[in-house]
Design a protein around this ligand. Structure first.
Ligand code: ZN
Length: 142
């Protein structure tokens, strides 16, 4: 995942907590973290201190491959929210990452209408004014 030529991010910003700071710090290094539970073996997203499947606190971080496919998506044509109005139209989708977890995010591409269920996408990052790298998706190169 390349963070050197990241587009600018103008939307809402995360507010890292002590629990989520490792996730956001990893984003700044170009890594999207998932977690695997040592007790039940399941994978989870979003990032948290406990396993969402069995409540164990024995969760290990690992880097997602960043590769996934669109599970569902929608093109947004209307949004007056500052930071989003200038992106219209844009695609928001639920992406199934390798490993099975699903992640919501913006999906970048030249033609929003070309993004469809099953489209191959990859995680990329956009840079906010405060330097935080924001994960989103882009249509994978063929
Ligand atoms: Zn578990």
């Amino acid at each position: 995942m390349n963070t050197e030529v990241a587009p600018a991010w103008s939307g809402f910003l995360p507010v890292p907590t002590p629990e989520t700071a490792p996730f956001w710090d990893a984003c700044n290094e170009g890594t999207f973290l998932l977690q695997r539970c040592r007790d039940c073996g399941k994978t989870q997203y979003h990032y948290r201190a406990l396993c969402c499947h069995c409540w164990s606190d024995q969760v290990d971080d690992f880097a997602s491959s960043g590769k996934g496919t669109v599970w569902t998506c929608s093109v947004v044509y209307k949004n007056n929210t500052p930071g989003y109005v200038d992106k219209l139209p844009y695609v928001v989708g639920l992406v199934e990452l390798e490993g099975g977890v699903k992640v919501f995010g913006n999906i970048l591409g030249d033609a929003p209408e070309a993004v469809d269920i099953g489209t191959a996408v990859e995680i990329t990052f956009a840079k906010a004014d405060n330097g935080q790298m924001i994960p989103l998706f882009e249509v994978a190169a063929n």
